[in-house]
Design a protein around this ligand. Structure first.
Ligand SMILES: NC(=O)c1ccc[n+]([C@@H]2O[C@H](COP(=O)([O-])OP(=O)(O)OC[C@H]3O[C@@H](n4cnc5c(N)ncnc54)[C@H](O)[C@@H]3O)[C@@H](O)[C@H]2O)c1
Length: 328
């Protein structure tokens, strides 16, 4: 039995689809390691509490050795109390006839409340990952509503896009996914994201040079990664959930336990002028060590890449400007 102090992991939207894949893997040790006990602090809205209780019954029935406690609540100040990690998954889905700005508004209200609650009760070092869409802007709103916490601790999930791109390159080049390194998804977790092949490597060789097919890059690779979420909804009738949960596990595991030597990952993190962007939560390549991430700086950016990086930054600025009134 591990002697380590349990880590408090808050998960919102815990009764939802992603929650159903995510919670069991956190409790099994997939996220923080096989010797790290956890306490799950689960938040959902009042009407979803009966369903949440069913999920908790199943967690109990797994008898996970690392799971040292479960809290269930519809109150963010209960769920976020002393949280070391907060996975903000719950969000308002886009309903029929809802415009993008209505979605921003509905989620803005949720992430304002949750940012304030984190500010009030979470651990001062809480690591926040926003999964609920629009993830980058929701993370921005939560960060701005938590003035006592370090802004660097607010991140948005770009890892699903990153992992999707890794597999596209592995399949294209007939290599193992572990042979593909240094992928980057710049910008927003949306259809404007820019999956950048020009710094990626396959067994240490530059991926763009190796593939040497600009038409494929522009007409297949980039759109496939950008549109993957929609393709999954079309095929499955439901949005990606297990792969999203897996990406959340990867994001936190690397942030807490580090990235492998010679590789980096993509995280949506506060932009403070890197590559010319600021006051956004923007997808950047980062390495992680000792629980901290560092943005990879100084990569050479071609005109082709710059146009796409700017386009996704423009969309993020527009989203930010649309929610300005929600920020204190
Ligand atoms: N960043 C990414 O890569 C990525 C990938 C996939 C899905 N997503 C997003 O993740 C979110 C969740 O997806 P899902 O498939 O689990 O959805 P879902 O509808 O199955 O579950 C969402 C859950 O959140 C709960 N919820 C709603 N408002 C809440 C609030 N204010 N506080 C707490 N809980 C609340 C709901 O009751 C529900 O249980 C969606 O916004 C989806 O678009 C993001």
């Amino acid at each position: 039995m591990s002697q380590k102090k349990p880590v408090r992991v808050a998960v919102t939207g815990a009764a939802g689809q992603i929650g159903y894949s995510l919670l069991f893997r956190i409790a099994s040790g997939a996220m923080l390691g096989p010797d790290q006990p956890v306490i799950l602090q689960l938040l959902d809205i009042t009407p979803s509490l009966p369903a949440l209780n069913g999920v908790v019954m199943e967690l109990d029935d797994c008898a996970f050795p690392l799971l040292q406690g479960i809290v269930q609540s519809d109150d963010p100040e209960v769920a976020f109390k002393d949280a070391d990690i907060a996975l903000l998954v719950g969000a308002r889905p886009r309903g029929p006839g809802m415009e993008r700005k209505d979605l921003l508004e509905a989620n803005g209200a949720i992430f304002t409340t949750q940012g304030k609650a984190l500010n009030k009760v979470a651990s001062r070092d809480v690591k926040v990952l926003v999964v609920g869409n629009p993830a980058n802007t929701n993370a921005y709103i939560a960060m701005k509503n938590a003035p006592d916490l370090n802004p660097a601790n607010f991140t948005a999930m770009m890892r699903l896009d990153h992992n999707r791109a890794l597999t596209q390159i592995a399949q294209k080049t007939g290599s193992a996914v572990t042979d593909v390194t240094k992928m980057i998804i710049w910008g927003n977790h949306s259809a404007t994201q820019y999956p950048d092949l020009f710094h990626a490597e396959v067994k240490g060789a530059n991926a763009a040079t190796l593939i040497n097919d600009q038409k494929w890059l522009e007409t297949e690779f980039i759109p496939t990664v950008q549109q993957r979420g929609a393709a999954i909804i079309k095929a499955r009738g439901l949005s990606s959930a297990a792969s999203a949960a897996n990406a959340a596990i990867d994001h936190i595991r690397n942030w807490v336990l580090g990235t492998p030597e010679g590789d980096w990952v993509t995280m949506g993190v506060p932009a403070n002028g890197e590559y010319g962007y600021e006051d956004l939560i923007y997808g950047y390549p980062v390495t992680c060590k000792d629980g901290k991430y560092t943005i990879i700086q100084g990569l050479e950016i071609s005109e082709f890449s710059r146009a796409r990086m700017d386009a996704t930054a423009k969309e993020l600025s527009e989203e930010r400007d649309a929610v300005k009134h929600l920020i204190a």
